[in-house]
Design a protein. Sequence first.
Length: 441
Amino acid sequence: MKVRVGNSDTSWVDKGWERLLRLIPGRFKNSEGRFIRFVRRPAEEIYRGGWPALLREFLVFLALPLAFPVILVIRALRPLVLIRFGPLVSESFGHLAANTEMYLCRRDAGMDNPRAIDIFYHTSPVRNQQLKKMWDRALHVSYLACPLDSLNRLLPGGERHVIPWPPRGDRDIHGLLRRTSVHLSFTPEEERRGLAALRELGIPDGTSFVCFHARDSAYLSAAHPKPNWHYHDFQDSSIHNHVPAAEELTHRGYFAIRMGAIVKEALTTTNPMIIDYATSHRSDFLDIYLSAKCHFFIGGASGMNSLASIFRRPVAWANWVMLEEVPTWGPNDLFIPKKLWLREERRFLTFREILNSEVGRFNQSEQYEQRGIKLVENTPEEITALAVEMDERLKGTWQTTEEDEELQRSFWSLFKPSELHGTIVSRIGAEFLRQNQELLD
C-alpha cells in the first residue's frame, strides 16, 4: 500500500504504521485518525532528519500549550477571516518546487478560497536553502505555524484550518503554468551573483546554455540514507548517454551544463563547452539560478526538471518510465520513454499494452522485476535526436511532416481521460516515434 501524506510520498513507513494501528483497541478506532496524523509527521521528520529534527520537534512540543489559546482565537475569527496552516515539503527538492508553484498558480486562477490567509512552515531537513529563501519571500512562512498546525489537527473541527494539497499537487492538469507568471524571483544582488557565477564557469555574457541531468541513486542514498531506495532505481539512467547530445548542442552554439547535487560519476569529455557543474562547481544557489536561466533542460524524472518547469523553461524529458504519468501540459515540452522488454516473450511491450494495464503506473523497481520486464534506456542517438528537435522547435526551424503528425495523433489517442491529464499539449519525440512505430500497434 502506498500512503500519501500532504504532498509527499512516504510509502517507506506504511508497514510500521499498519503495525501500530493494529495495536489500537477497537473502541478507540474512531479517534485514532487525528492522533495518528498528530504523531506521524514529527515521527517521519525525526526518522529522516535525525537529532536536529528531534530537537526541533521537542521545541514544537513545548510550544503546544501556548498554541491552544491562539487556536481558539483563530477559530473565533473564522467568520471574518480563514487562517490556515500547512507544511512545505522541504525535504523533497522536486515537491518543494512543483507543489508550491502549483499552489500559487491555483490561487492566481481563483481555484482556492480568496478569504484564506495561508501560513506555511518547512519540514526538515531542507534540501535546498536558496529555494527555501525564495519561497520565504513569496509566501507567509513562520516556524510558529508548526505547533499551531499540529494542535489544530489534533483538535476536532480543525480541517477547515488546514491548507489543502491536491493528491497529485505537482501535476498541472489545468494548464495553469502557461497562463500564469513565475512566482519566484531573484533579487538584484542575486542576479549580479548569478551573472558573475556564469563568467566563472567560462560562459560569456549573453551566451545561451542548456542544462542536462541523468538521475542516479547517489543523491537519494546520500541525502536520505533511510530507507533503502532500491525501489526508485527504475528511474535511473547513465549520464554518459547524454554526452553526445551535449556535444551536438555545443556545435549549435550552446554551453551544456551537467546538473546534479550528488552524482555517481564524473563526465568523460574534453569539450570545454561541456561543464560538469555537478562535480566541481555545485551550490544551492546555482542549482536554482541555472535551472531558471537555461534555454532548455534535458533529463529524466527528477526534481531538477520540475524546477526548470516552474520557471517556465522548456523540458526535454528523456528516459521517462511511468508512461501513464508523463507530463503533458508543457506546450514546448518533449519526451521519449524507456522501452519495456518482456524477457520471457522476448519482445517490447507496446504503448497500448502499457497504457491498458497497471504497468503504466508502476512506481517501484520490484514491480517491473516481478513482471519480468527489463527497462531499456534511451540510446545516445535517441537523446541527441530529442535535443536537436527541441533546439529546432524553439528556433522555429523544425520541419515536420504529415507522417510525423499522424504518428503523434496515433500515440496520444492511446491516452484515456484520467485525473492525471488535462488538455495534452506536449509531444513525444518525432525521431523516436519514427524508429519505433511498431510500438503503436
